[in-house]
Design a protein around this ligand. Structure first.
Ligand SMILES: NC(=O)c1ccc[n+]([C@@H]2O[C@H](COP(=O)([O-])OP(=O)(O)OC[C@H]3O[C@@H](n4cnc5c(N)ncnc54)[C@H](OP(=O)(O)O)[C@@H]3O)[C@@H](O)[C@H]2O)c1
Length: 277
C-alpha cells in the first residue's frame, strides 16, 4: 500500500498550511509522497502550468510525486462554474504531459473520469496516466471498473474508502453509517479488528490504493493496522454482495452535468437542460 502523506487540493487553500507542516516535520523529501490536483478553472495549458507551480511553491516541496486532473470538466477561468466549451480533456492531458516533461511532477493522473473519458486519454496519451483516483468503497464497489484499470496498467486510488463516514456526506444517501452496518460489525468481530480497519483491509486486498483521511492520530495508527488483515475468497464473495451502488460525492447536479454517465450511480438531473459530458 502506498501511504499518501498529503492529499491536497489548491481550491481548498490547504497547501500553504500543509507546506508549513511539511517543513516543520523535517522529513527528507524522498520519504514523502505528495499528490495534488489540477482544479477545473485551470485546465487551459498556461493556467495548468501556473497552478502546479503555485502548488509546489505553497507546499515548499520542489516537485510533486503525483498530479491529477481533479475532474474531467473545464471551467472558464474567473467565471465560476461556467463550462469552458473550448478546452477538452485532450488539451488538458497534453498540458499535463508537458508538466511531467518539465519535471514539476514525477507522475500524472486523472480523477473522477468516466470509462469513456479514460478510454479517450488512453487512446491519445504519450505519457499515460499513472493512476486514476475515484470514489470506491464497499457501498460503491465498481469492481468491473477497477478490473478494467488493472488490465490497462493504471493504478486505482480509492477515495472516501470509508464510504459514508466523512460527515460532509451526511444526508447524501439513505444508508446507515458503514461503521454501524451489521455486516461489517460482524466481520470486524470475526477478524478481531475495528470496523474501519476491516473496511480498509478490503480496499487493500482488492489492490486499490486506499487514502483514508483522519485528523486523529489514534485513527491514523488504527488505520495502518488494516494492513495486517486478510480475507478468504468466500469472505471476499460475501463482501461483493454488500455493494449498494451508491455514490457519495457527485457535484454533477451543481454543475448541470451528467457525470459518471457509464458508471454505477451516475448524476441524475431533474431538468433536461443538463448535458452529458
Ligand atoms: N479526487 C477527489 O475528487 C476526492 C474527493 C473526495 C475525497 N478525496 C480524498 O480522499 C481522501 C479521503 O476521503 P474522505 O475524507 O472523503 O473519506 P474517508 O477517508 O473515507 O473518511 C474520512 C472520515 O473518516 C473518519 N475516520 C478515519 N479513520 C477512522 C477510524 N479509524 N475510525 C472512525 N472514523 C475514522 C474521519 O474522522 P477523523 O478525522 O475524526 O478520524 C473522517 O470523518 C482525502 O484525502 C480526500 O482528499 C478525493
Amino acid at each position: 500500500m502506498r501511504i499518501q502523506n498529503t492529499e491536497l487540493n489548491n481550491t481548498l487553500g490547504n497547501e500553504d498550511e500543509t507546506g508549513k507542516g511539511i517543513r516543520a516535520a523535517n522529513v527528507p523529501r524522498d520519504k514523502l509522497w505528495v499528490t495534488s490536483k489540477l482544479w477545473n478553472a485551470d485546465h487551459r495549458p498556461n493556467e495548468a502550468t501556473a497552478a502546479i507551480q503555485k502548488s509546489i511553491k505553497d507546499l515548499g516541496v520542489g516537485y510533486l510525486d503525483l498530479y491529477l486532473i481533479h475532474w474531467p470538466v473545464a471551467f472558464v477561468p474567473g467565471e465560476g462554474t461556467k463550462i469552458d466549451e473550448d478546452t477538452t480533456i485532450i488539451d488538458t492531458w497534453r498540458a499535463m504531459e508537458n508538466i511531467a516533461r518539465s519535471n514539476l511532477t514525477r507522475k500524472i493522473g486523472i480523477s473522477n473520469f468516466s470509462r469513456r473519458d479514460v478510454e479517450t486519454i488512453m487512446r491519445i496519451c504519450q505519457i499515460c496516466p499513472y493512476a486514476h483516483e475515484f470514489e470506491t468503497h464497499p457501498y460503491l464497489q465498481q469492481q468491473e471498473f477497477v478490473d478494467y484499470h488493472k488490465d490497462i496498467g493504471v493504478k486505482v486510488i480509492a477515495y472516501s474508502p470509508l464510504a459514508n463516514t466523512n460527515p460532509v456526506y451526511r444526508g447524501n444517501d439513505k444508508l446507515d453509517p458503514i461503521l454501524q452496518d451489521p455486516f461489517w460489525v460482524q466481520l470486524a468481530q470475526k477478524k478481531n479488528a475495528t470496523i474501519a480497519q476491516t473496511v480498509l483491509a478490503w480496499g487493500h486486498q482488492r489492490d486499490t490504493v486506499i487514502i483514508p483521511k483522519s485528523v486523529s492520530e489514534k485513527h491514523m495508527m488504527e488505520n495502518l493496522r488494516a494492513l495486517d488483515i486478510s480475507f478468504t475468497e468466500d469472505e471476499m464473495r460475501a463482501i461483493a454482495k454488500q455493494d449498494k451502488k451508491v455514490r457519495m460525492n457527485d457535484p454533477g447536479r451543481k454543475w448541470g452535468l451528467k457525470l459518471f454517465a457509464d458508471l454505477d450511480d451516475p448524476t441524475q438531473l431533474d431538468a433536461e437542460d443538463g448535458r452529458e459530458l
